[in-house]
Design a binder for this molecule. Structure first.
Ligand code: ZN
Ligand code: ZN
Length: 418
């Protein structure tokens, strides 16, 4: 099913749900014992490693415990999008998350919250076989490799894998606090009161303009009619918010129309482009920038301005909403400016503070090539000499020295501000 360019697939997939619970468990083990999650893709591992290095450089010890939620343990739900080879499914579920942060002397942060973990799981489309040079890491030893090499035996640990054992991979994940019940009712009441008052003002104004008097019954009628109509904007709001996850309030809701317009126009140029893909991609780039100790060193970073100091304080961040400010498409190059509404933990002066941040980020991609869901910056092939290397931190090919044209294959960051 497709609505407003968004693929919706309400499938109940047992295997994906199981993998979801395993990944949640693996995350807990990663933060507790440092064992890298088996299900994480190469780029997800890279982001986790960067965050760990950042914690270490700040002298912080961060533990995240993932457990069964106290209340409803509802089955994960899923939405999916695909290119010619891969399907990405978003699987989300409730978990109870305990976060503790210690500095060298004492505990400085402790929080237990019912949360939603959202994962993007990738697996090959039914009936397709991904090319052997698809970047993958060895589930056993974690070494960067390719699908073909892992099928014939990992270079480092010699384990052989069947394709079924290599998928799914978690391409991206996020943790957000579960919305408190009751907010939905509040939104509805707000929408109804708003519309009722609006109808009242318009109604009275038109009566006066037409030279008629305004009676009590007119006012009651207008208020009642308005409240009934308030239900319609609420439904519309609910419908849109499931895609852009505006839960708690209207932070960033004004950007919904321009975001949908952008996604619609991108799909005309690149049929594999999807709203969900772009949201997940832009968020993983944001995390990469925030968790890196030296973001300017990253291959995906082509920012002229220095990285803002205030962004360096962020040690953990959760997504609230995002939207497109403006975009341009010229000669096959797309430039897009986004605003992210994030809830982040800032570390400064030895304290952890929770803040709501508004982060602007500009991205660029050459859109002549369609979206490749299997692309990984941890393993690229040089277009000049064919050599393969890790482009996450090395901007030029180590064999022939030519600069890797990452914007042809993936989105790059051209600006970031807070
Ligand atoms: Zn291995
Ligand atoms: Zn080369």
């Amino acid at each position: 099913m497709e609505i407003l360019g968004v693929n919706i697939n309400f499938s109940d997939n047992k295997k994906l749900n199981q993998q979801f619970h395993s990944f949640a468990q693996q995350l807990s083990v990663w933060y507790g014992l440092g064992k890298i999650p088996k299900l994480a893709s190469q780029d997800t591992r890279f982001t986790l490693e960067l965050q760990k290095q950042k914690f270490q450089s700040l002298g912080l010890d961060v533990k995240v415990k993932v457990e069964k939620p106290a209340e409803h343990d509802s089955a994960p739900s899923s939405m999916s999008y695909s290119d010619n080879v891969f399907v990405n499914s978003s699987v989300a579920g409730n978990k109870r998350i305990t976060t503790t942060i210690r500095n060298t002397q004492r505990e400085i942060y402790n929080k237990i919250a019912d949360s939603v973990i959202c994962t993007i799981m990738q697996y090959p489309k039914e009936g397709t076989v991904p090319p052997p040079d698809t970047p993958l890491c060895c589930p056993n030893c974690g070494a960067a490799s390719t699908l073909g090499k892992l099928e014939s035996g990992c270079k480092y640990c010699d384990t052989k894998f069947l394709i079924d054992e290599l998928y799914p991979k978690v391409m991206y994940y996020s943790i957000e606090e579960a919305h408190k019940s009751g907010t939905e009712k509040n939104q509805l009441v707000k929408c109804m009161i708003g519309t009722a008052l609006f109808c009242l003002v318009i109604g009275i104004a038109s009566q006066i303009i037409n030279g008629k008097s305004v009676g009590v019954l007119d006012i009651v009628g207008l208020l009642f009619g308005g409240a009934v109509f308030g239900f319609v904007p609420w439904l519309f709001f609910k419908f849109i918010s499931t895609f852009f996850k505006m839960g708690k309030n209207l932070r960033g809701a004004g950007k919904t129309a321009s975001s949908l317009r952008f996604c619609h126009n991108m799909r005309k140029l690149d049929p594999t482009f999807s709203t969900e893909y772009f949201r997940d991609k832009s968020l993983s780039l944001l995390k990469l920038m925030l968790y890196s100790r030296d973001p300017q060193e990253l291959t995906v970073c082509r920012c002229d301005d220095p990285f803002p100091e205030k962004l360096r304080e962020i040690v953990d961040t959760t997504y609230f909403n995002s939207g497109v400010n403006k975009y341009s498409i010229k000669d096959g190059v797309c430039d897009v400016s986004l605003t992210f509404y994030m809830d982040s933990l800032h570390y400064c002066d030895g304290k952890i503070r929770k803040k709501s941040d508004k982060i602007r980020m500009s991205l660029r991609k050459n859109i002549k090539k369609p979206t490749d869901l299997g692309f990984s910056i941890m393993a690229v092939n040089c277009p000049s000499c064919g050599g393969s290397f890790d482009a996450a931190k090395i901007k030029a090919c180590p064999y022939c020295d030519s600069v890797y044209p990452i914007e042809k294959n993936d989105w790059i960051v051209t600006d970031i501000k807070i």
